[in-house]
Design a protein around this ligand. Structure first.
Ligand SMILES: Nc1ncnc2c1ncn2[C@@H]1O[C@H](COP(=O)(O)OP(=O)(O)OP(=O)(O)O)[C@@H](O)[C@H]1O
Ligand SMILES: [Mg+2]
Length: 287
């Protein structure tokens, strides 16, 4: 039997007349990293707010670890960690003080120093948070979300605005957290990141799920694998040729090309999640 950490059924939310999340349903398995992807305004944060009990769905319901988030908000919140774009840290306090306070609010014991080391803030743990850079605050948010050893971790754009090294540290931390059995719900509009991290992804567009599957199966289903070949004509000019792989005559086409043309470079290309997202929704992610 599969156990689901999160079950969303028909989740719907509107701000006035603007339906931000429109009858969304999905399930997230225990210990899964679930990538929730979509362009700005797609409804990602609104979904997370409903799942974490910050706003109440207009319709539908969400069950986390078998508990209804609306009916058992406090109980559920003890089991989840949330690192949200807008969540506030206390600027006048240090990182250590922020985490200590948060652990006390939860009534849990936390190894604050180990957490800060994990997110690479151990060197500056005693400084006031108001003096932190954006990336440092973001890393502290992730540490804070882990204080209560959550069974489900919600991360909203955890690596946005981080340099590559810090982003990698956060991704390592996400993997490590999952290795400990925690389910991770990750929103992002970074398709490369989602591809690297997620067991399954959902594509969100205009408040609806446009596709949901493993990155691998999405690529198999929608992506074409291509061979990109550069050939040189007699006059030294370069021209590009594309050959579709996985076609019945691919071998023959490649053979002919090599026999008849002067091939300069060859490389193969697989569709990215970004390509597939555009193909399915007609929309780009980054804007
Ligand atoms: N507090 C709010 N009041 C009014 N409208 C809102 C509010 N928050 C979000 N919206 C609207 O709801 C829709 C979905 O917004 P949401 O923040 O969920 O998108 P998102 O996918 O998280 O986008 P982003 O990638 O920019 O974070 C948008 O049309 C947005 O303008
Ligand atoms: Mg958002």
């Amino acid at each position: 039997m599969t156990t689901h950490s999160i079950v969303a059924q028909d989740l719907t939310y509107a701000y006035g007349d603007n339906t931000a999340v429109d009858h969304i349903s999905f399930e997230v398995g225990e210990g899964e990293i679930f990538g929730y992807l979509g362009p700005n305004g797609a409804g990602k944060s609104t979904t997370v707010k409903m799942l974490t009990g910050q706003i109440r769905p207009k319709q539908g319901k969400a069950t986390l670890l078998g508990m209804d988030i609306v009916r058992e908000t406090n109980k559920v919140q003890a089991f989840i960690g949330v690192a949200f774009e807008t969540a506030n840290l206390y600027g006048q306090m240090s990182a250590v003080e922020n985490l200590t306070l948060f652990a006390r609010l939860y009534g849990v014991k936390a190894d604050v120093h180990a957490l800060l080391e994990k997110v690479g803030l151990d060197g500056r743990a005693k400084e006031r948070v108001e003096g932190y850079s954006k990336g440092m605050k973001q890393r502290l948010m992730v540490a804070r979300a882990l204080v209560n050893h959550p069974r489900i971790l919600f991360l909203d754009e955890p690596t946005e605005g981080l340099d590559p090294v810090s982003a990698q540290a956060i991704r390592d931390l996400i993997r490590e957290t999952r290795a400990g059995g925690t389910t991770v719900f990750l929103t992002t509009h970074d398709m490369v990141e989602a591809d690297k991290l997620s067991d399954r992804v959902a594509f969100i567009n205009q408040g609806r799920i446009a596709a949901i599957d493993t990155p691998h199966r999405l690529k198999q289903q929608y992506g074409k694998r291509l061979l990109k070949v550069e050939v040189e004509d007699g006059g030294g000019r370069l021209a590009a040729r594309e050959i579709t792989l996985d076609a019945s005559d691919t071998g023959e086409t490649v053979k002919r090309l090599f026999e008849r043309e002067k091939v300069v470079t060859v490389h193969s290309e697989e569709a990215t999640l970004e390509d597939i997202f555009i193909q399915i929704t007609g929309r780009r992610l980054a804007g």
